[in-house]
Design a protein around this ligand. Structure first.
Ligand SMILES: [Zn+2]
Length: 196
């Protein structure tokens, strides 16, 4: 089922950007992450997360529609999770950690669909998709902490929480028998490549 969905996703992607939509859907529900993390990532991909811009578009009066993280640009989904200077820093940390060369797309679905390693298997890439979902979830969590609990932006914290979240899922599913959390932090690619 998984490989069918992934093949379908690649075919859809090859047919043009409008099909990126279908590719993103095929991936998101097979990605390796906790259901709550995938649900948040799905809501982000379909622009159904209540960002300030989204709420304003629905006619809700707000004092500000500025991004909660940078306080500069309008808080759209695309801005908050990809274009915001803080989001960019989180993705940079993540890519450096994973050792992936990646063109950071401005479109959320392109960003998600392209987040993979060409040499990795379908299953291993679904683990990467799970990491993508964890990053998105942790950006959203911190945004809400800042907004509702007077937190401050901490890029390192967002990234580290995503590392932990993805690790907990893998441990929960017993993916790694010989690797520890420290291995995951220091050499994630070896851990991912060990997944059969
Ligand atoms: Zn911002």
């Amino acid at each position: 089922m998984e490989s069918y969905s992934v093949n379908l996703a690649y075919k859809s992607l090859a047919q043009g950007t409008s099909d990126t939509y279908h590719a993103a859907f095929a991936y998101i529900w097979n990605a390796k992450a906790f259901p709550s993390v995938l649900t948040t990532a799905w809501r982000v991909l379909v622009n159904r997360i209540p960002t300030r811009e989204g709420l304003s578009r629905r006619g809700i009066q707000l004092n500000s529609i500025a991004c909660v993280l940078c306080q500069i640009k309008e808080e759209s989904c695309q801005h908050l999770f990809i274009e915001c200077l803080y989001a960019k820093q989180v993705w940079s940390l993540c890519l450096k950690w994973l050792g992936i060369l990646f063109v950071q797309h401005n479109d959320l679905k392109d960003h998600f669909v392209s987040f993979h390693i060409a040499q990795a298997s379908s299953k291993q890439n679904l683990v990467l998709k799970g990491v993508w979902a964890a990053i998105v979830r942790c950006i959203w969590d911190q945004r809400n902490t800042i907004l509702f609990k007077q937190g401050v932006v901490d890029v390192e914290e967002i990234f580290q929480m995503a590392q932990l979240k993805s690790w907990l899922w893998m441990k929960h599913r017993a993916y790694f028998h010989t690797y520890s959390f420290v291995d995951w932090l220091l050499n994630p690619s070896s851990c991912i490549v060990s997944i059969k």
